[in-house]
Design a protein around this ligand. Structure first.
Ligand code: HAM
Length: 416
């Protein structure tokens, strides 16, 4: 037997309804905010991500599924969407027709990480990006959207952490100060953090090493290095979120794992998840569009991990399936009447009613059992008497109530 690849998972027919429910709730909520879907290919030229996400990041350095195709082109399975989406926006000149774009996406992503609960090598994200506004209201809008998405599926208990990385200049000044401090305590840092001191010092703030964490308590914080415009933007975002009633905490050490961020960064966490407690995150990326060859355009967005959202829903008993099980099951008591079953089922489907029939010519008992198992609300029984009299019996499986309905108007019954 050939097994699936480590860190990937089949979504089986019994659970796909949970996915479908989240996807359709997210789709509807996106439309409430005027966001339109964008779909891009699963793979891109490697430079989309190496240039977009940054050479010093774990995603680019360690986690990308990069390969050379038969034409010797370096391609990468997308590890995230923002860089790919910006590539598409620039290539298709979408900003030309509409200087403000509100876009959302849903799909599989790939990162070579060590699999564990909530961490997969193929995982799924929903994301939204608001491109074209430098204003704090855009930051607020995407956070409102995220909160509405959570509520649409039943998540109302989560932590939102916010920070600002400021403009490029304030970030540069801060990083220099941070490196100065960390170099002064270098011998106490973990090996990983010593390496990052050269490659990506900001990420040291994210270290999970206990020793590093205590050293970081004394480290300078970025807020103290924000220039005036960055401070104003940040304070306005904070004010708008406070006014909306969404609760949040300021986390001056939140930096996020991708290089394109500046100004606002935020993350959604849930203690239910254990080690992988972050189920979504995002922020501003005012330079990325220009960096990938487009016009200088401010943008802000976020992405949510669907596997982690489903874990939260499962652990809080909030999992819901979208409606897909048949409303009606037709029991054919005499297999020579299967033609009638086919005919009736088509009539009902034309009326938008979900119907299933027995294709194995089994006993009435087995068919009733199946109707029960699949959760059909009604059963229509077709036997000799029914066909001879032209009157069918419809049984409500929840109440066991039975009704007689003429065969020629069977599709007009209310099966809801
Ligand atoms: P990210 O924080 O790298 O951000 O990923 C967003 C979410 O995807 C995470 O919070 C997590 O829930 C989920 N995720 C990431 N890696 C895995 C994994 N290996 N297994 C399961 N879930 C995972 C981004 O990707 C940015 N593009 C977000 C963004 C959009 N920023 C601005 N716009």
């Amino acid at each position: 037997m050939i097994q699936s690849v480590r860190g990937t998972k089949d979504i089986l027919p019994d659970t796909v309804g949970y996915w479908d429910f989240v996807e359709s709730s997210f789709r509807n909520t996106s439309h409430l905010y005027g966001y339109k879907e964008l779909r891009t290919p699963i793979f891109e030229k490697t430079e989309v991500f190496s240039r977009g996400i940054g050479e010093g990041t774990d995603v680019v350095n360690k986690e990308m599924y990069t390969f050379h195709d038969k034409g010797n082109e370096s391609l990468t399975l997308r590890p995230e969407m923002t860089a790919a989406l910006v590539r598409s926006v620039v290539q298709n000149s979408l900003l030309h027709d509409s200087p403000l774009l509100r876009l959302w996406y849903f799909g599989p992503f790939f990162r070579f990480e060590r699999p564990q609960k909530g961490r997969m090598r193929q995982f799924h994200q929903y994301g939204a990006e608001c491109i074209g506004s430098p204003n704090p209201e855009a930051d607020a809008e995407v956070i409102f959207l995220a909160d509405s998405l959570f509520r649409s599926v039943g998540i109302d208990d989560y932590n939102l952490f916010i920070n600002s990385l400021g403009s490029d200049e304030s970030r540069k000044t801060y990083v220099a100060e941070l490196v100065k401090y960390l170099k002064s305590v270098k011998e106490k840092l973990s090996d990983d953090s010593i390496l990052r001191l050269e490659t990506n010092p900001l990420r040291i703030l994210d270290s999970k090493d206990n020793n590093d964490i205590s050293i970081l308590k004394e480290a300078p914080v970025i807020i103290d290095y924000l220039d005036e415009p960055s401070k104003i933007h940040y304070n306005e975002v904070i004010q708008l979120i406070s006014d909306s009633g969404i609760s949040f905490k300021i986390n001056p050490r939140l930096v996020r794992g991708l290089d394109y961020y500046n100004h606002t960064v935020f993350e959604f966490q849930s203690s239910i998840l254990g080690a992988q407690d972050s189920f979504g995150g995002g922020g501003r990326y005012n330079n990325l569009i220009e960096q990938l060859g487009g016009p200088s355009t401010p943008a802000v967005g976020f992405a949510l991990g669907i596997e982690r959202i489903l874990l939260i829903l499962e652990q809080t008993n909030k999992l819901r399936q979208s409606e897909s099980s048949p409303q009606v099951y037709i029991v054919t008591a005499n297999s020579q009447f299967i033609k009638h079953s086919l005919d009736i089922s088509n009539k009902l489907r034309n009326k938008n009613i979900r119907v299933m029939i027995d294709l194995q010519k089994r006993s009435v008992k087995s068919q009733m059992k199946e109707a029960n198992k699949i959760g059909a609300k009604y059963v229509i029984i077709i036997g000799d008497d029914e066909i001879n009299n032209g009157i069918l019996t419809i049984k409500n499986m929840q109440t066991s109530e039975q009704k007689s309905v003429p065969l020629n108007s069977i599709e007009n019954f209310n099966y809801i």
